[in-house]
Design a protein around this ligand. Structure first.
Ligand SMILES: Nc1ncnc2c1ncn2[C@@H]1O[C@H](COP(=O)(O)OP(=O)(O)OP(=O)(O)O)[C@@H](O)[C@H]1O
Length: 921
């Protein structure tokens, strides 16, 4: 075998030699000079007049040696081995702090930087001792690119129940602990991606991960978190080495070592892929494996993710769903989806975030009773909004409704407020938001109004302890005073929404006359700090949560429309905003002259039509808020903002003091009846009706139920969107006991639309519908839902086949609620019987299974019989009309029950009937 030349060896080991030996440059040069390997001239060339750093000098030395030929190179390598033998390198380095001390310092610094905090930058409204409420994730092998036509907030609630459906059976739910263990384990290398909608808690997960890691004495991992926000600031090429040593200056002395010998211990966290402003070109970006080579930051990220740069490290990326596709599927080996808070976790969040358990119980009672609210509460940020809105503002909302005389008694008032509030959360009270008398917030818009008011009253400018009630009394004045600022902020939010922009810079703020006031800080956060590369100080801003941007945009739109102004005027120039009073007056006069009712209708119609037209769903929440804000009761929460109401010209639009203008409901109903409406937009119109507190919603549900109870409905197949509507209406119903959809022509797609409500029923009757294996997949998801209540599942004659039975069995394996399963006439055969037999081996809930007429033979019967030797809880197994060949009345060994296979040989009329003698009456 040819021996490699020393010159080639130096070339190959170049990076390592620079990393390892730069610190020893001077003694090395001394020795090389003494033995004549380099000359005096070489020395001054290598030292570069003292302006070069050690590493550059080392690189020049290597160039010089290679230029001089084989002999000096050989001498150099020999010298290195002598140095190593005499422990020269170690003694030279030993003047530095040991690596472990640097790492401990790194842990301390990161733990301090990653302290919990909410959007207001405080720990208020955050769980105190144990600040992190557990959250649910789903885990998949490989990347799942989601397709969304719904607003992200809606997707979360559904995704929570549909986690496995999206994953086509490959995913499973997991907890923070699982993710932590997987990422911090030695085998956790490669790219993992954590996806979740805005406010689902991705950054909070990173904070917790860093906190736990900092306290974890056993882990060998070295966590290096970076955010894409910061990376977006690097506009000139930079080397990874410089980037990391700039960012973690305390690690500078040991970074070279970390990036070489300890590379496998690094966990690099890159948070917020959706905020990265440079393109990621995975096809054409040149390869680079040298951490010292300067690269544009986009190219650096591509090389890191592709495993070319630092190939042994582990990477965790976080992203909102829409940006997940920026990374090619094949490069991701683990994919986590934030499903959010399960109902139990929501409850825990309120317990942890409220100042008293009584308030927590009240808020939870209220939220769990109003399903649209509860669905949104899967998103932690929304829980925070609800907690902030309701915690401080039970009385905030109620104040205007309090009996006279209560105002002066702070505690008494609070109690009254809480009593009223508790009354609203009593279970089994029919939900009819339209008859919602009293002063509790009912809709999501009302929650956001309370939130807005709470922030203004108690956070902007601060509120002194004990002055709660005074501040409330002062609310109309405060709201009135901040109206001009709100218009500016709302206009910015609205413009951003129209342009699908969620990040704003200073020029945007200046355009809308917004400065860095307390008011601005309450709703927007600064997202970019120092531009290190250009050494400028650049700030960008975004709303604390996208739903706040949507709310403020809607508030602005409705304020302008109701005051007779055109919401678009404020976007074109700041004239109107600089002189709002004058502008408003002028516009009002003009509007009065130009048929104001007509204008108002036209503007609201325009807003709602956008939502209908935009398939992306990004205007869904905006439309819901607009609909909600048109209800006088909702606007009354913000009394002071809408102080001039009711304006005379609105009188005909508001026939009732406590109802949305009828034209709004008419508009929404005409959308609902439009034949071209997609199921997603159809569902959003239902949400709009809820926000507008449409008194017709309960009747609509009744009409639905009546229609479904009619004979022969199976012939008139309902459209998918109708099932979406039914699902929505059912959520508003207090009585979720039995859902009878026997013979309704319900397809798998229709069933998928009903998924949000399926787990809430105790009896699901779905017989004689063409569900097939795809329908079984939906049912399997429902059966695994954390809020599953299904006890009786009747799917007789639904075309399951053996594949459908297998999928359903997967769901049943993880279910603990179903005891009565009827699945006759489904052709599940022996394969289906084997799948169910597997379920029976571990299941302790099923008591009665009916599988008549399913093409089962003796083989299937054997599977079932052997499973019954392990199962002790099943009481009945009905197997009439299958294809068993012989008469059999065997009792399986160890079974304490009788199993009968009855029927003449060859007869199709045969059965196995299992009777549990203990349970027979
Ligand atoms: N596990 C949790 N326990 C308690 N509070 C949480 C948790 N997760 C999130 N929150 C609350 O929700 C807010 C939003 O969370 P976070 O900023 O982590 O979301 P995100 O997914 O990173 O959002 P974005 O995509 O907008 O950056 C936090 O400020 C905090 O108040």
């Amino acid at each position: 075998m040819a021996v490699e030349s020393c010159s080639v060896e130096i070339q190959k080991r170049r990076v390592e030699l620079v990393e390892t030996w730069s610190k020893c440059l001077n003694p090395l040069l001394d020795h090389l000079f003494k033995i004549g390997a380099v000359t005096e001239e070489d020395l001054s060339f290598i030292k570069g007049g003292g302006v070069l750093g050690e590493r550059d000098c080392m690189r020049t030395l290597l160039d010089v040696l290679q230029g001089r030929g084989e002999e000096p190179c050989q001498a150099f390598l020999l010298l290195l081995s002598n140095f190593e033998a005499s422990d020269f390198k170690t003694t030279n380095l030993s003047v530095k702090e040991p690596v472990s001390e640097h790492l401990q310092k790194h842990k301390d610094i990161l733990a301090r930087q990653h302290t919990p905090g909410n959007y207001l930058g405080t720990t208020a409204g955050l769980p105190k001792a144990d600040w992190f409420t557990d959250i649910t994730f789903s885990k998949h092998i490989g990347l799942q690119v989601p397709v969304h036509f719904q607003h992200e907030t809606s997707v979360v609630g559904d995704a929570f129940r549909a986690g496995r459906a999206e994953a086509r059976g490959q995913g499973e739910t997991c907890s923070f602990k699982d993710i932590y263990q997987s990422l911090l384990s030695d085998s956790g290398n490669g790219v993992a991606l954590l996806s979740g909608v805005a406010g689902s808690g991705k950054t909070t997960v990173i904070k917790r991960l860093v906190q736990e890691w900092a306290m974890d004495a056993d882990t060998q991992k070295i966590v290096l978190p970076l955010s894409f926000r910061e990376l977006s600031l690097i506009t000139i090429p930079q080397s990874l080495q410089v980037l990391l040593s700039d960012h973690y200056s305390h690690l500078k002395p040991i970074l070279p070592e970390l990036m070489t010998s300890k590379q496998g211990q690094i966990l690099l966290i890159l948070d917020g892929l959706d905020e990265f402003s440079f393109p990621l070109d995975f096809e054409r970006t040149p390869k680079c494996s040298d951490p010292e080579r300067e690269l544009p930051v986009g190219a650096m990220i591509v090389n890191l993710i592709k495993g070319i740069l630092l190939p042994d490290i582990a990477i965790l990326l976080t992203s909102r769903p829409h940006a997940v596709a920026k990374v090619p599927q094949l490069l991701v080996n683990r994919f986590y989806n934030v499903l959010g808070f399960s109902p139990a976790q929501q409850q825990q969040y309120f317990v942890q975030s409220c100042s008293s358990s009584q308030i927590a119980a009240t808020i939870w009672g209220f939220v769990s009773f109003h399903k649209p609210l509860q669905l949104m509460c899967h998103i932690p940020a929304f829980c925070w909004i609800v907690s902030t809105a309701l915690h401080n503002s039970t009385s905030c909302l109620f104040f205007d409704f309090l009996p006279q005389g209560c105002e002066s008694q702070t505690s008494a008032s609070k109690e009254v407020g809480q009593e009223q509030f508790q009354a609203s959360s009593k279970p089994n009270r029919p939900i009819n938001n339209t008859q919602a008398t009293g002063s509790r917030p009912v809709t999501i818009t009302e929650i956001y109004c309370c939130f807005y008011k709470t922030i203004l009253l108690f956070h902007v400018g601060g509120c002194v302890e004990g002055m709660h009630l005074n501040r409330l009394q002062d609310a109309p004045r405060v709201l009135k005073e901040t109206k001009a600022k709100l218009r500016c902020l709302g206009a910015l939010a609205f413009k951003g929404l129209l342009e699908r922009r969620f990040v704003f810079d200073y020029s945007d703020l200046t355009f809308f006359s917004l400065d860095g006031s307390e008011f601005l800080r309450a709703f927007m956060m600064e997202i970019l700090k120092e531009d290190r590369s250009s050494l400028t100080y650049e700030k960008n801003f975004q709303f604390i949560h996208t739903s706040i941007q949507e709310f403020l945009a809607a508030l602005y739109y409705v304020l302008e429309s109701l005051s007779g102004s055109d919401p678009f005027t404020g976007l074109k120039s700041n004239v109107g905003l600089l002189a709002p009073a004058m502008h408003m007056h002028l516009m009002t006069v003009i509007s009065k002259l130009r048929q104001p009712q007509y204008l108002l209708r036209r503007r609201i119609k325009k807003a709602l039509n956008w939502g209908e037209r935009h398939q992306s769903g990004h205007l869904d929440l905006f439309c819901r808020f607009v609909s909600g804000l048109l209800h006088p009761r909702t606007r009354f929460i913000l009394n002071g903002l809408f102080r001039d109401e009711p304006r005379p010209y609105l009188a005909s639009c508001v026939p009732l003091p406590n109802a949305s203008p009828s034209f709004v409901l008419q508009l929404l109903y005409s959308q609902l009846n439009s034949p071209n409406l997609s199921p997603e937009r159809h569902l959003n119109v239902c949400h709009c009706l809820y926000e507008a507190q449409d008194p017709g919603l309960p009747q609509r549900l009744q009409a639905w139920l009546k229609l479904l109870s009619q004979e022969g409905m199976g012939q008139c197949t309902l459209a998918t969107r109708d099932w979406s509507e039914l699902a929505f209406l059912l959520q508003l119903s207090p009585d979720l006991q039995t859902l009878n959809l026997d013979a309704q022509g319900l397809s798998a797609e229709g069933l998928r639309r009903l998924l949000p409500v399926l787990p809430l029923f105790s009896t699901l009757r779905l017989a004689q519908n063409p569900l097939g294996p795809e329908g079984a997949e939906v049912l399997s998801v429902a059966l695994q839902s954390p809020d599953c209540h299904i006890e009786r599942l009747w799917v007789v004659s639904t075309g399951l086949g053996c594949e459908g039975a297998r999928i359903l069995a997967e769901g049943l394996k993880k279910n603990h609620t179903v005891f009565d399963l009827r699945m006759a006439i489904n052709n599940i055969g022996d394969i289906g019987a084997a799948s169910l037999a597997e379920v029976l081996k571990t299941n302790h809930t099923l008591k009665d299974i009916r599988m008549r007429d399913n093409l089962m033979t003796d083989k299937g019967a054997e599977h079932l019989k052997s499973a019954l030797m392990e199962n002790t809880t099943l009481e009945f197994l009905w197997l009439f009309d299958n294809k068993f060949s012989k008469e059999d009345a065997k009792k399986p060994k160890n079974s304490h029950r009788n199993i009968y296979l009855v029927g003449a040989a060859g007869s199709e009329k045969s059965q196995i009937l299992v009777k549990n003698p203990d349970k027979q009456t």
